[in-house]
Each structure stands twice: as C-alpha cells, then as structure tokens.
Design a protein around this ligand. Structure first.
Ligand code: AMP
Length: 216
C-alpha cells in the first residue's frame, strides 16, 4: 500500500471520506488542510481569524497561512513519513513547495490520485453533505447516511451543514478549483505520477478503485 499520497479533485468529489476510510483501514495519517483551517478559525487565533474570511467566501486561503499549518502538522509526528493529503496542494506554488520539502527530506510522493467528477454530480453531493464539527467525519443524507439520524457515527456529535456548502459558495469554490487547482492535473501528469479514479461511482466502488490504485 502506497504511503505518501495526494488526493486531488474538486470539492465534493469524495476525497475526505475516502481519506478517512484509508486512515481507519490502513492507519494512514490524514492531512486535510480544509479541516486544519476550520479548526484554526474555530480556535480564534490570529492566523485562524485571517483564514476565516477566505473560508466563508469559498476562496483559497493565502499560501503562507496554509504552509504554516502544513509545516506544523508535519512537525507534529516527525518519525512517521506517511500521509494522505486531501486538499493540499491546491495551487502550483503549493505543489512546487511540497516537492521541494519532500526532496529535502529524501522522500517522494508515491501517488497522486485524481478524483474525476462532473459538476452536476458535485452539486448534488454537496447539498446533501453533513459534517461532524468535532471530528470532521462526513456523511451524506442519501448516499452515506449516519447510523443514527443527524448524529456522527464516530463521536456522536450532532452533524451540521458546513457554512461553505451553501450552493452559492460551492459554485465559487468550483470556479476557484477550475482556475487554480485544476492545472495541477497536468503538472502531475507530466511528472508521470497521476492515476485517475472515476469519482462519480457509487461510494463503495470508488473506495475499491482507490484501494486498487494504491495497492503495491
Ligand atoms: P476543503 O475542506 O478541502 O473543501 O476546504 C475548505 C476550504 O478551505 C477551501 O474552500 C479553502 O478556502 C480552504 N483551503 C483548504 N485547503 C486549502 C489549500 N491547500 N490552499 C488554500 N486554501 C485551502
């Protein structure tokens, strides 16, 4: 099983849910920059307050803020070099900095999985998405309901709809994705690191495709 993996794809394509399941099944560390930013905003720190306005508008948080959180996260368990990154990198600058950092540590990114998905599928998925404000687990009213209605399976906290899952904000996030993150697909394609999965598949089939792509 590959250990240093990037999940790349539009918001709502299933990256977070897949990363959380890989963590449960294989013990990968899950780095979600979106969750790190939401936690930081919630903490009320100066960095978090700065990030909050970008999160609420559905825009990308400036690279230096994201990098500060990524570096802190990496430093928190220096002995363990494996991770599944969901939502990072999101700009070419971030991708280049990640490559530089990995190179300086003598590590390589073993796989970049691109979650390919149509916008219409994403919009329907995000409108039914519910998240746990405590542990970050995500569910879907129709496709992946929690065992007990409205409550997180993992920590029993009441589920909420993320503020940036509002339809207007989602449209902006998709636009930001198309302009700033989609170019990473050709970046990693040229580096011959990209594998593509069909993220429109029903969840269990998508997870099986991801497992197959990361095997070996
Ligand atoms: P996500 O949970 O991955 O959908 O991210 C939610 C929001 O966090 C995004 O809409 C951005 O505002 C912000 N964000 C997450 N990751 C990054 C990143 N790598 N660079 C900049 N902003 C980010």
């Amino acid at each position: 099983m590959k250990r240093r993996v990037i999940l790349l794809g539009p918001p709502g394509s299933g990256k977070g849910t897949v990363a959380a399941q890989l963590k449960k099944e294989f013990g990968h560390r899950h780095m979600s920059t979106g969750q790190l930013l939401r936690d930081e905003a919630e903490s009320g720190s100066a960095l978090g307050c700065h990030a909050r306005s970008f999160l609420e508008r559905g825009e990308l948080v400036p690279d230096e803020v994201v990098l500060e959180l990524v570096q802190r996260w990496m430093a928190a368990s220096p002995g363990d070099t494996g991770f599944i990154s969901d939502g990072f990198p999101r700009t070419l600058k971030q991708a280049e900095l990640l490559d530089e950092w990995a190179g300086s540590q003598g590590l390589d990114i073993e796989s970049v999985l691109f979650f390919e998905c149509e916008e219409s599928v994403i919009l329907s998925r995000i409108s039914g998405r519910r998240a746990c404000p405590r542990c970050g687990s995500t569910f879907h009213l129709a496709h992946l309901p929690p065992k007990r209605e409205g409550v997180c399976d993992d920590c029993e906290t009441v589920l909420v709809q993320r503020r940036d899952d509002d339809v207007e904000v989602v449209r902006r996030r998709l636009d930001v994705y198309n302009r700033q993150t989609e170019p990473l697909v050709s970046y990693y394609w040229q580096l011959e690191r990209l594998a593509v999965v069909d993220a429109a598949l029903p969840y269990n089939e998508l997870y099986a495709a991801v497992r197959a792509a990361l095997a070996g």
